[in-house]
Design a binder for this molecule. Structure first.
Ligand code: ADP
Length: 445
């Protein structure tokens, strides 16, 4: 302020002095007055210039000039710069938050007081089939018309979630496979709402599978148990001679053996599911695996069919396989035992091992049994899936054999291929990756 007064006085006095010098003492006051007017004019011009810039969004604010207007301009510029920086930082943080919510595997939708979409992440958009940009400020209840969802949204009682079919008829998007969504609303900031959505399709499927599995196991165990209980009752209540008793006890033995086999297969499956994949550095000779298969196969064939089967075993290359020996043996024997069990006596079963030109190893079992209709083939590896239930039971099947084979194959990176023609026979093959197959180091003696 003193600088301002000083410049005002200097301007007045300077012009007054000039006037006195030029026109004499009489013009001193006139000169002082003219100096004051000039100073005021300059001052008003600078004030106006600053105001104009401020009215114009402060773009092109003059850099530090002299006097109070220069300092004002400079201070405003600094203040604006600080504010801009704060806004930019706040904007960056908001973007980071939004990016974090975008990355969430769950859907998030923010609704305003009227139930209109304020923001939603990509997951929610694709789950509900809405467009994250185009559908902004649309009423969500107009876009997702599932009656259960609409009622839930309007109820304002959000203590539980609501489960909806995201591919249902009221849905904006029709999908090829059903998607089940769990939606839970959380109110915030007064009447605003946040919707969290979760895809529970896999969870529900797993739950349904678990229920089916328990029902199947119970059924499989109940049947032999009922038979056993019947025999026990007979033995208790009827006076049987020694021969009959022996016959009944043999039948009871069969039933308990059946239950034992089932429990063993269930334990094998759960062990396979719960353990780490077999390492790639334990090598087994394929000839040894096939020899074991041959022993078991010939024994089984002799027991099942008085005529036996025409069994053949061929190996085209002395090779080794890496993996868990017991698992590999179990998978290979399983395929052979199926071929023998389902092929009538006198039929042919051919087992082969060969190394393919690309280095993969193929173990194949071909039979001349009844064959399998195409619609059954994709389901054969499901637990307890059987085509010929009575044949399976008669020959000691549990319905878990191929499920075990598939598990073992997956653990070894192998592929199970099934080809079959009804009335002609089937071919089950396990294709092992080249990394698990190598030439045998020591030739068989
Ligand atoms: P199971 O213990 O009943 O044999 P699997 O899982 O081993 O169960 O096989 C599933 C079903 O696939 C069998 O019940 C049978 O109907 C069918 N199957 C398996 N192998 C053959 C085969 N070689 N020929 C005909 N049907 C077969």
């Amino acid at each position: 302020m003193p600088f301002r007064i000083a410049t005002f006085l200097i301007a007045s006095l300077a012009v007054a002095a000039g006037a006195v010098g030029l026109f004499g003492w009489k013009f001193g006051w006139l000169g002082a007055w003219l100096g004051a007017v000039l100073w005021l004019g300059l001052d008003a011009w600078r004030a106006e210039r600053l105001l104009r810039v401020l009215r114009n969004d402060a773009a092109g604010l003059p850099t530090r000039g002299p006097g109070v207007w220069g300092e004002l301009s400079e201070r405003i510029r600094k203040l604006l710069r600080d504010r801009e920086q704060q806004t930019r930082q706040a904007e960056d943080r908001l973007q980071e938050f939004l990016a974090a919510i975008q990355a969430s595997p769950n859907g998030v939708i923010l609704l305003d007081e009227q139930g209109r979409i304020e923001w939603c992440n990509q997951t929610a958009a694709s789950q509900f089939g809405i467009d994250a940009e185009r559908d902004l400020l649309q009423h969500l209840a107009n876009l997702v018309r599932d009656p259960a969802f609409v009622a839930y949204l309007a109820s304002w009682n959000y203590s539980r979630d609501v489960v909806i079919d995201a591919s249902g008829p009221g849905h904006a998007h029709q999908r090829s496979h059903p998607v089940r969504l769990s939606v839970q609303v959380h109110p915030y900031a007064g009447n605003r709402r946040m919707l969290l959505t979760r895809d529970i399709t896999a969870l529900e499927q797993a739950e349904a599978m678990r229920r089916d599995f328990v029902a199947n196991v119970s059924h499989e165990i109940r049947t032999p148990l009922t038979v056993l209980a019947g025999f026990v009752e007979t033995l208790q209540n009827l006076p049987l001679d020694a021969n009959e008793r022996t016959r009944y006890l043999a039948l009871m033995g069969q039933q308990s053996h059946r239950m034992e086999t089932l429990v063993n297969d269930l334990l094998t499956l759960s062990r396979l599911e719960g353990s780490a994949a077999p390492s790639g550095n334990q090598w087994i000779r394929t000839r040894a695996l096939l020899a074991q298969c041959e022993d078991e196969g010939r024994g089984l064939s002799g027991r099942l069919a008085p005529l036996g089967h025409r069994l053949s075993f061929t190996i085209d290359a002395e090779s080794e396989m890496s993996g868990a020996p017991t698992e590999l043996q179990s998978a290979m024997s399983n395929l052979l035992s199926n071929a023998i069990r389902y092929t009538p006596g006198g039929g042919e079963v051919a087992v082969s091992w060969k190394v393919l030109p690309d280095g993969r190893g193929e173990y194949a079992v071909r039979d001349t049994g009844p064959g399998i209709a195409a619609e059954h083939i994709p389901r054969l590896t499901e637990r307890f899936y059987r085509i010929d239930r009575s044949r399976s039971r008669e020959t000691g099947g549990t319905g878990l054999g191929l499920a075990i084979v598939k598990h073992i194959a997956q653990r070894h990176g192998a592929e199970l291929r099934i080809e079959s023609t009804v009335g002609k026979g089937s071919r089950f093959a396990l294709l092992f990756p080249a990394a698990r197959v190598r030439e045998a180091r020591v030739l068989a003696k």
